[in-house]
Ligand binder design. Structure first.
Ligand code: 2PG
Ligand code: MG
Length: 428
């Protein structure tokens, strides 16, 4: 089937201009699988470790030459000669070579880059696209795109607390149609902002970052844009929010600082805030509404709103089966954000999605704010039938590359492609 003959890594740049790892895995038949890894801004405390050089004289300490060295020396030597299609064996070998719980030895960035490049080389070797190699004939679900449109939080210098405001185009027949709807709304929002004399500058995730007064103003502008585009908010298109609440939680005081610092909420007030917000607006998905360690209040919130909306843990679960298992046991959420680089191998990513599915949790495959031109997460979403993705806004190539790949996959699937927008579990 093809044996690994060489693994070669290099340092490239991500979309934020920060170094990241790219790997070529080459087989004895000359097949190459290439992969590069993204990097987060609002990184969760419990994520696997992204190995950085910390040499202040180069790239302000952000270089990844140690991770590159670990691939070219350690992993190359250890994995050479293994069958390219033995994904689980290869991933397990890397986990045990690293020998730590959080991949801090070799680096999760190094390990994930190899893991995905192996999968791609295996797909080429077997003459299939990546989604088909991983998912087989079962891979037919096109995801609902959760399209980022306005950003706040650490992504923006405005008064908006929450990291991301997203569109969910539900009332569509196909992914491509849903993507068109979201893109049209994006452009209408741009025009509305211009008319109001607000900035149309975009941030790393390419959402707009206008200087708005509140989170509510962001939602109201989005509803306007949805209507301007000829759709109905709360029928054709809904709104999703990633609060990234760990970023505005003060661990010592046990309070959430809203309005960029001027308002203080304890956990119960934060819960009340969310309950009110979803009553008032067509919001059907909330991610990280509370801090990554505020477990008991996640459970309390899930009890109140978990039957009505998608409640997703990102920093809370960090794509980790143990943290997800705790969340399932405690009823802390009903959905999970999946970011392969939070955990570090394809195998573990798949395990987490499988555990989620078993307990009726939605899995949302997500980008990081520092992305590359790699489109593997688009392939993964179809391969694993997650039915949901968030890839940033429909702007800037690191995002459109992934959306465009979904357009190609939908085309390739033809009649077997399915889009379950109208069947989304939490429509109200
Ligand atoms: C998130 C994101 C991506 P980061 O919190 O979901 O949208 O940010 O880059 O920090 O992962
Ligand atoms: Mg998030």
């Amino acid at each position: 089937m093809g044996l690994i003959s060489k693994i070669f890594a290099r340092q490239i740049l991500d979309s934020k201009g920060i170094p990241t790892v790219e790997v070529d895995v080459i087989t004895d038949r000359g097949v190459i699988g290439r992969s590069s890894v993204p990097s987060g801004t609002t990184t969760g405390k419990y994520e696997a470790v992204e190995l950085r050089d910390n040499d202040k004289g180069r790239y302000l300490g952000k270089g990844v030459s140690k991770a590159v060295y670990n691939i070219n020396k350690v992993l190359n030597d250890e994995l050479k000669g293994l069958y390219i299609t033995e994904q689980v064996t290869i991933d397990q070998a890397m986990i045990s070579i690293d020998g730590t719980d959080n991949k801090s030895n070799i680096g999760a960035n190094a390990i994930l880059a190899v893991s995905m490049a192996v999968a791609k080389a295996a797909a080429h070797t077997t003459g299939q696209s990546l989604y088909r190699y991983i998912g087989g004939v079962y891979a037919t679900t096109m995801p609902i795109p959760m399209m980022n449109i306005i950003n706040g939080g650490v992504n923006a210098d405005n008064k908006v607390d929450f990291l991301e405001f997203m569109l969910m185009p539900i009332n569509a027949d196909t992914f491509s149609d849903a993507f068109r709807m979201g893109t049209e709304i994006y452009h209408h929002l741009k025009n509305i902002l211009k008319e109001k004399g607000l900035s149309v500058n975009v941030c790393d995730e390419a959402g707009f970052t206008p200087n708005l007064k509140s989170n509510e103003e962001a939602i109201e502008l989005i509803i306007k844009a949805i209507e301007k585009a000829g759709f109905k908010a709360g029928k054709d298109v809904y709104i999703a929010i990633d609060a990234a609440a760990s970023e505005f939680y003060n661990n010592k005081e046990k309070v959430y600082y809203l309005s960029k610092g001027s308002k203080k909420f304890d956990s119960q007030q934060m819960i009340n805030y969310w309950v009110k917000l979803i009553k008032k607006y067509p919001v059907i998905s909330i991610e990280d509404p509370l801090d990554q360690d505020d477990w008991a209040n996640w459970t309390a919130l899930n009890k109140v709103i978990g039957n009505d909306i998608q409640l997703a843990g990102d920093d809370l679960f960090v794509t980790n089966t143990s943290r997800l298992a705790k969340g399932i046991m405690e009823g802390a959420a009903n959905s999970i954000i999946i970011k392969p680089n939070q955990i570090g191998t394809l195998t573990e990513t798949i395990n987490t999605i499988q555990l989620a599915a078993k307990w009726g949790f939605n899995s949302i495959i997500s980008l990081r704010s520092g992305e590359t031109e790699d489109v593997s997460i688009a392939e993964l979403s179809v391969a694993l039938n997650t039915g949901l993705i968030k890839f940033g806004s429909p702007c800037h190539s690191e995002h459109t590359a992934k959306y465009n790949q979904l357009i190609r996959i939908e085309e390739e699937l033809g009649n077997s492609a399915r889009y379950y927008g109208r069947e989304f579990k939490y429509l109200r």
